[in-house]
Design a protein around this ligand. Structure first.
Ligand code: ATP
Length: 364
């Protein structure tokens, strides 16, 4: 496997100069050897374009790609040693499972006994061993996509394996099993994996590092925990989490952030840092999980009106109005919820501030 570096990658399909014409807008990123990455972002943000730039299906308009320090930007896909698995099965229907899995190895001149060992190993990993002699066309859609995954995983000599939403066609129950399976395979073999998805649950169960993209840019790279607790950009806060982060227009007033008339206390270290922010839109960010509801006034609490309560089985989502601003609060099923009016507490250690969508870092 290889360390894959993106150095100033930008791509425009149309060749136009306007910012909107660029599907990728100057990306720099290192994919470490043996890392399991999820490339996460909404439809149209540039995930597939980036994957195709790594595999060589697209030559970027600007920038370089380095595999273990070697510049591969101008090399075609065949010369890059990358395995790619797509949304839909790319297999030979008339061949057996065995021959489908053996195909990429035979193509590259692997010796027969090695082919046999690798094919049986991958068939075992993906629970395809019992079907190994059957023709692909006689198998279910799930099994066909497993063959496609197997063709990606079977080559021990690849620099990286790229997955472009490979579980889209798989039924939901099997999807969960296959995600776990890919995770286990990664833990055992330490492959460099890049997995494109727009589904945060898929990204969170599969990857140790998540790369969040939006409008052709990488906004944040981090562990699931870092993305949850310290989103660097309001989009990351809103996109990750269910529901996403509450983001509320505010202004600074002494040691508090003001939302209308309500004064929200800030953590000590944040007060100084926020005070130095240049003028611009200031927003307070807080996860629905960190807000608490009370039936009595207390220090730092603000009064809200309860609007709706959604019961989602093991937790509930409360929508409350603070002045005109609607806030989401996520509570476990036992937490008491006042009927009409309540007092809301913003734990200062969990309250973040954003200036022009960027996180204001508290000074230590
Ligand atoms: P999805 O999750 O829907 O597949 P994505 O994040 O993978 O989306 P891309 O498919 O990389 O996004 O698209 C990024 C941008 O480039 C979009 O604005 C898209 O319309 C544009 N685009 C993608 N492929 C082409 C193409 N072949 N020609 C012109 N524009 C394209």
């Amino acid at each position: 496997m290889a360390h894959v570096r993106l150095d100033g990658i930008a791509h425009s399909y149309s060749g136009g100069a306007a910012e909107a014409d660029w599907a990728l807008k100057t990306l720099d990123h290192d994919w470490r050897d043996g890392g399991a990455y999820a490339l996460l972002g909404p439809s149209g943000c540039g995930k597939t374009t980036l994957l195709n730039v790594i595999s060589g299906l697209i030559i970027p308009t600007r920038g370089r790609i380095l595999f273990d320090g070697k510049d591969v930007t101008a090399l075609p896909t065949e010369a890059r040693n990358i395995a790619q698995v797509f949304q839909f099965p790319v297999i030979y229907d008339t061949m057996t499972v065995y021959d489908n899995l053996a195909f990429p190895l035979r193509n590259r001149g692997f010796p027969g006994p090695e082919i046999d060992r690798l094919v049986r190993q991958v068939a075992g990993m993906l629970d395809l061993a019992d079907d190994i002699g059957r023709r692909a066309r006689n198998l279910s859609a799930d099994a066909k996509q497993k063959i496609s995954l197997g063709r990606g995983l079977v080559r021990p000599d690849v620099a990286a394996i790229l997955f472009d939403e490979p579980l889209t066609v798989i039924d939901p129950h099997m999807k969960w099993k296959l995600r776990r399976k890919l995770k286990e395979i990664h833990e055992q073999y330490r492959l460099t994996l890049v997995y494109v998805t727009h589904d945060q649950n898929e990204a969170l169960t599969f990857a140790d590092t998540i790369v969040v993209m939006h409008e052709g840019r990488i906004l944040q790279v981090g562990s699931p925990q870092a993305l949850f607790e310290r989103p660097q950009h309001t989009f990351v806060g809103y996109f990750i989490g269910s529901p996403g982060m509450n983001l509320i227009d505010c202004r600074l007033d002494g040691e508090t952030a003001r939302i209308g008339e309500a004064a929200i206390p800030l953590a000590g270290a944040l007060k100084g840092a926020a005070g130095t922010a240049p003028s611009g839109a200031l927003r307070l960010g807080i996860r629905p999980e960190f807000l608490t509801l009370h039936d009595a006034q207390g220090p730092g609490r603000v009064e809200v009106a309860i609007r709706t309560v959604e019961d989602l089985g093991n937790y509930r989502i409360v929508t409350a109005l603070l002045g005109d601003t609607a806030l989401k609060i996520k509570l476990d099923e036992e937490a008491p919820i006042p009927a009409d009016r309540a007092w809301l507490a913003f734990p200062p250690g969990r309250t973040l501030l954003y200036h022009d969508d960027r996180l204001i870092e508290a000074s230590p």
